[in-house]
Write a protein that binds this ligand. Structure first.
Ligand SMILES: [Zn+2]
Length: 482
């Protein structure tokens, strides 16, 4: 999936890093942080990620609460921290962390407890921290505490306790949490060199600022010119950690392209069982069109639930049924998951981009403590991260209309919102919320195989409607959903 560049990597071996945390992390002014963690805490403070109770007090030995953990991680990933209504009855909009908590939950990094509670003041354990970090940074961890612990230790982000265990059930202090977070963000803090620069990009703008951390709060360390080749190791929110001839650092993802040529040439791809020509008279251009279906959640992340039904199961089945409908069309269709697994949100968008997707449809079900009901579809409305605003809205509108026809649930409309998989994407993208899993009426439909088949047909037809509106000849394909 990723191209490695051996020549480029060799070339970098002879270049000394031109900058690092030791020269750039500004002193934060905290007087109570132990020396062993000063660089890391200062680094997070410089980015506004970790804050103290005052300019001088960091309270390093206080145990991290779930609200604090959500805040630190959400700030690191540049998630929206604006205070807002949350889905949890113990996190009011007036809670200073409400925005961070809801954003982190929306991204699948944290989840709530039964009864619609988040328990914001609950202490965080080392094991929970490892799971949060694994999800936030897209580490594969197999859904277990031990897997998450291994994901961190193997990367030199955390080490075990003196007794040889990871101490998963031990509480974690603010200072230790900060050290681990700094190491996850910037490999220069790690206990060993584990950044692996694998994916190649080209700079798509002039004078691109390289920074020491993933936000414009961090100091500039270098500047890159248009068409310069860089290699990346990992993403932190919408920033990418890259290596170039000028050293390592962070650049904003929107200024990179993944093809050498600025044009959008599309190499041949293997497909997953599409069967061109089964349906006659379809537009020949469709054979080059790639659709990404993204059933939400999965694995350790059940998503919403209600009446003994889990979102991850509903949306996977619906996605598989939709994929089935496309098999007799010329489209190439890829799914971000085909089983009960949990690809991280960045895995999903990376996958979509690696397949050169033309359309991305994420499938979800809603929940709101039984209070809400109906069908809604989202698109992302700022071209800063996903340039395809009008096409995304068109796609969402077509899908919403077909879902209303098919499911006959309340129309909650087509709405803009920054869900990760549609925001940090680079193709027309929509996120469909089929219905409310915790509403009795909607749940009746979501749990029914018949209605999930109708939902799949609606997604299929909505995508065809989108292509038709874009001027493609798709009429012969509608019969597959009769
Ligand atoms: Zn969902």
């Amino acid at each position: 999936m990723r191209k490695s560049s051996i020549i480029l990597t060799l070339a970098f071996c002879f270049i000394l890093p031109l900058f690092g945390f030791h020269t750039t992390a500004q002193a934060s002014g905290f007087t109570d942080v132990p020396k062993r963690a000063l660089k890391e805490v200062n680094y997070l403070a410089e980015g506004g990620i970790a804050t103290g109770s005052s300019a001088t007090i960091f309270a390093p030995d206080t145990i991290v609460t779930r609200a604090e953990a959500a805040t630190f991680i959400a700030r690191a990933l540049q998630l929206d921290g604006k205070q807002k209504q949350t889905v949890f009855k113990d996190v009011a909009a007036s809670n200073p962390s409400s925005g961070y908590i809801q954003s982190a939950v929306d991204k699948g990094i944290l989840s709530g407890y039964s009864g619609g509670r988040f328990l914001p003041d609950k202490d965080v354990t080392r094991g929970e921290m490892a799971v949060m970090m694994s999800r936030a940074f897209g580490y594969e961890f197999g859904g277990s505490l031990s897997g998450a612990a291994k994901a961190l230790t193997s990367r030199g982000i955390a080490s075990g306790m003196e007794d040889g265990t990871f101490g998963s059930d031990k509480q974690i202090t603010r200072v230790d949490f900060s050290v681990f977070l700094a190491r996850a963000i910037n490999p220069e803090f790690r206990m060993k060199q584990t950044a692996s620069f694998k994916q190649t990009f080209w700079v798509n703008t002039n004078n691109l600022n390289v920074r020491t951390g993933p936000s414009t709060r961090y100091s500039k360390s270098a500047s890159l010119q248009k068409d310069v080749k860089v290699v990346s190791s990992h993403e932190v929110g919408s920033w990418v950690y890259i290596k170039s001839a000028n050293g390592t650092g962070f650049v904003h993802k929107s200024y990179l392209r993944n093809t050498e040529e600025a044009s959008n040439s599309r190499p041949g791809e293997d497909d997953n069982g599409s069967n061109p020509g089964t349906i006659g008279n379809a537009d020949p251009r469709l054979a080059n069109q790639v659709i990404i279906l993204d059933p939400g959640h999965g694995g350790t992340d059940p998503g919403a639930s209600g009446f003994n039904l889990r979102e991850k199961d509903v949306v996977l089945d619906t996605g598989l049924k939709t994929n089935e409908l496309f098999k007799k069309t010329p489209f190439k269709v890829y799914m971000t998951r085909t089983g009960d697994t949990f690809p991280s949100l960045s895995d999903r968008t990376k996958f979509a981009k690696s397949k050169n997707g033309n359309v991305f449809v994420s499938i979800h079900a809603n929940a709101s403590n039984g209070a809400g009901n109906g069908t809604e579809t989202y698109y992302y409305s700022s071209a800063a991260t996903n340039p395809y605003v009008s096409d995304s809205k068109l796609l969402a509108t077509k899908i919403q209309q077909r879902m209303l026809d098919a499911l006959q649930l309340k129309n909650r409309g087509v709405k803009p919102y920054g869900y990760y998989v549609i925001k940090y994407n680079s193709m027309p993208a929509a996120l469909a919320e089929l219905g409310f899993i915790d509403n009795a009426k909607d749940n009746e439909k979501l749990k029914s195989d018949y209605w999930r088949t109708q939902a799949a047909k609606a997604l299929y037809l909505g995508i065809l409607d989108y292509y038709k509106a874009k001027g493609y000849q798709v009429d012969s394909l509608y019969s597959a959903a009769k």
